[in-house]
Design a protein around this ligand. Structure first.
Ligand SMILES: [Zn+2]
Length: 532
């Protein structure tokens, strides 16, 4: 995606939303008087400090980085602190986070307030986080995303001594408050609540009510999470992540716009979509022996060693997808699909039953539209995998394609190679059976093959239908007619749903000529050789 840059100087911060307000005017939503804006404390744009307590999780995930055994206790507010006025950044829309995208949602809310038509996925996509991890941003990645987007986030990690935390926390709050007065909100990573093992959670802090001594924030984890309130004392108790016995981590990311890039919501699936998909997928993955590789438009899951799974993803799946798209398919499947590579027969049969609740009907592998999955016994080789990859692409690009052509093209690439950058089908194990059927005069006419129903096509127990369709595609390929046939057939499918008329046209034969063609094709197939 091409990105334009929008210069948004600090002076252009929407100060209309920044008001010094009393309790009543806050309730009534009225402006009273503009706050004097003190200078923003000078802070470097670096996310300095050591990344500790870097986990910001969704509301359901357990804490991973903090020593969660230490329950937060309320911190008494410093009585000597100067009296603070109320301040509120108004008109910030609230977004409900996707799973584990609390930080991303917080950032998107304020980007929306700044007029950027972006979503939480956009923020994730700017983080550089590998979607195969199947999680949202931790603090480190969120900081990277915010800086790429163009925020001056200031120092992110602050250490607070565990024993005398109050004074340091008060100082950090004073800086925080000064930013709010200057119209700069912040995302904090904090404990969700004060239960014994609280999750760490990102929230967007937007104001402070002096009258009630409350921090005002958006919570992306709640449906009605806009402008929620929490006593400052409670906030200061939940803010430090009690990562160590001696020292705690306090995390704040300022959202001061520098030169903001001009973001817009992306089309198609992005890294964020894959991350969300992997999060759902992880619930189905049977065990730690499985690794996950993103290979658009697929997510590959396998229980061979991780390096082997990656090699299949790159050398078989990507290889085939690139070439099939170049030759035939413009559109990707409408959904992200899973490719399960089970390492052997035992794993394949056991996991099919466990994950998909049915026993496989083929020893090699299959594509299931309802499970949105290609399911493979990869010990039988990568040929079936390439075959099955054809099906979801066919469904996306040629809906209603009859089984004979769908399976013929899929079968053609069970044995294939690269020829001048193009995918090229080779003779394979299906040849012998077809030759035998030709000799026994058991092969139906092409008219019969094309016009058979899908049910009858699949009911053929000997596999002659697959083989006949495959070697028709092979013949068309060798004559340089296969891509032409595909395009004409797909384009003309309303008038000629079986493809038979299109086949005649591409071959340049009439009805009588098709009889001659059948004899020529059978003789051609009998001359083919497969050295398996
Ligand atoms: Zn198939």
């Amino acid at each position: 995606m091409r990105r334009l840059h929008l210069v948004l100087a600090l002076s252009a911060i929407p100060t209309i939303g920044l008001l010094a307000i009393g309790w009543r005017s806050l309730v009534q939503g009225e402006a009273t008087a503009a706050a004097p804006a003190p200078a923003v404390p000078s802070q470097s744009a670096d996310a300095g400090g050591t990344p500790r307590g870097t986990r910001g999780v969704g509301t359901t995930a357990p804490s991973r980085s903090a020593d969660a055994a230490v329950a937060p206790k309320a911190v008494a507010p410093d009585k000597k602190a100067p009296r603070q006025r109320s301040v509120l950044i108004r008109d910030v829309p609230h977004l409900r986070q996707k799973p584990d995208f609390c930080g991303e949602a917080c950032a998107a809310m304020y980007l929306n307030r700044l007029g950027q038509p972006v979503d939480q996925d956009y923020v994730f996509d700017r983080s550089g986080l590998d979607p195969a991890e199947g999680r949202g941003c931790y603090t480190r990645e969120l900081a990277a995303a915010l800086q790429r987007i163009g925020f001056r986030i200031g120092p992110v990690w602050h250490q607070v001594p565990a024993r005398k935390s109050a004074a340091k926390l008060q100082t950090l709050w004073s800086e925080f408050y000064a930013d709010l007065v200057a119209g700069v909100p912040s995302i904090v990573c904090m404990y969700y609540d004060d239960r014994p093992s609280p999750a760490e959670h990102f929230r967007l802090v937007l104001g402070y009510d002096a009258e009630s001594d409350e921090v005002i924030y958006h919570d992306p984890g709640e449906d009605r999470g806009a402008y929620l309130r929490m006593k400052l004392a409670r906030f200061l108790a939940l803010w430090p992540l009690k990562s160590g016995k001696e020292s705690w981590s306090v995390i704040r990311l300022r959202l001061e716009p520098g030169e903001l890039e001009h973001g817009k919501a992306a089309e198609g699936f992005t890294a964020a979509d894959y991350a969300q998909h992997v999060m759902r997928l992880k619930k189905k993955v049977p065990g730690p022996e499985f690794s996950i590789v993103i290979q658009p438009p697929f997510v590959v899951i396998g229980d061979e060693p991780a390096g082997d799974v990656r090699r299949y993803a790159e050398r078989t799946i990507k290889w085939a997808v690139d070439r099939l798209k170049a030759a035939y398919f413009e559109k990707d499947p409408a959904e992200i699909l899973d490719v399960w590579l089970f390492r052997d027969k035992e794993s394949y049969e056991k996991h099919c039953r466990a994950i998909f609740k049915h026993a496989p009907t083929t020893p090699y592998g299959y594509y299931s539209d309802s499970d949105r999955a290609l399911v493979m016994n990869i010990a039988t080789g990568g040929g079936t995998l390439v075959h099955e990859i054809v099906h979801p692409f066919m469904a996306a690009n040629f809906p209603g394609c009859p089984a004979w052509f769908n399976e013929g093209l899929g079968s053609l690439y069970e044995q294939c190679e690269d020829k001048d950058g193009l995918i090229h089908g080779l003779t394979n194990w299906r040849l012998a059976g077809l030759q035998e059927a030709i000799r026994k005069k058991q092969v139906p006419s092409f008219q019969a093959l094309c016009t058979t129903t899908d049910d009858r096509f699949y009911a053929d127990g000997r596999g002659t239908n697959y083989a006949q369709a495959r070697y028709l595609c092979y013949y068309l390929q060798e004559q340089g007619l296969l891509q032409k046939f595909y395009r004409r057939f797909a384009g003309n499918r309303a008038k000629d749903p079986s493809g038979y008329e299109t086949l005649k046209a591409v071959l340049g034969r009439d009805d009588a000529g098709m009889k001659t063609f059948q004899r020529e094709w059978e003789a051609y197939v009998l001359r083919l050789v497969f050295r398996g």
